[in-house]
Write a protein that binds this ligand. Structure first.
Ligand code: CTP
Length: 217
């Protein structure tokens, strides 16, 4: 039997949208492709996937995937809190806004002076919160760094109490946001570092799942 059979997985994917007013938002370039590739691959192996997803243009296919659509970082946080305790594995692949708009306008903001100032406030760190609440769960994070990649990933791994972290490099052509391919390294809590070739996100999903097997009881 596959080690993922009937395991419950909490998975986040895609960007978050932080409303400025009813028609505008602050978002990011995440396509959700890596997260959705993971969702399909996990479900294919018998896992029950709770996919908390920001706005993306990908459809979910597998019946083992429960799609929980959210928009903002706060909504993503609430959905994760509701599901984490009864999950065996949590993989946080979403590109969550680190800051949100302090006072979004209930009506469309009119163009007035030369400058417009928006006050931004920090969002809750979902991954870090799950790290403090974790009991038996295997917890996996993603990191996107442009400099001092390994050192930053190691700090994140420890601070957020992760089992392993998937490190994306934006410096490689074909890697990262919007692409179908990605180049990653995995750093785990035992300080093992594994570097993967540039490959399809669907193939990387299989690599990440193989890596999970070292941690899932
Ligand atoms: N993450 C999260 N909640 C947030 C911000 C990030 O769960 N509010 C998760 C992401 O899903 C990812 C990991 O944390 O798995 C790393 O996100 P990243 O933005 O790279 O790290 P930060 O801790 O926000 O640090 P920094 O932006 O300073 O690099």
């Amino acid at each position: 039997m596959h080690f993922l059979k009937n395991k419950k997985v909490l998975l986040t994917a895609g960007p978050t949208y932080e409303a400025i007013d009813p028609v505008r938002f602050i978002g990011n370039r995440s396509s959700g492709k890596m997260g959705y590739a993971l969702a399909e691959a996990l479900a294919e192996k018998g896992a029950l996937v709770h996919l908390v997803s920001g706005p993306v243009s990908i459809q979910v296919k597998h019946p083992n995937i429960e799609l929980l659509p959210v928009e903002s970082a706060e909504e993503m946080y609430q959905a994760c809190m509701a599901y984490f305790d009864f999950c065996d594995i949590a993989i946080l692949a979403a590109a969550v806004a680190d800051y949100t708009v302090a006072n979004p306008s209930p009506i469309k903001i009119k163009k007035k002076g030369e400058n417009l100032h928006l006050e931004l406030v920090k969002t809750k760190d979902i991954l870090q919160t799950l790290g403090t609440r974790k009991k038996k769960q295997v917890l996996v994070g993603f990191a996107l760094e442009t400099n001092d990649e390994l050192e930053n990933a190691r700090l994140k791994l420890e601070k957020k109490n992760l089992d392993f972290i998937v490190l994306n490099s934006l410096q490689d052509a074909g890697a990262g946001f919007q692409h179908n391919t990605n180049k990653v390294s995995i750093l785990d809590k035992n300080n093992n570092l594994t570097k993967f070739e540039l490959k399809l996100k669907t193939e990387l999903a299989e690599d990440i799942i193989r890596y999970l097997e070292n941690f899932v009881k």
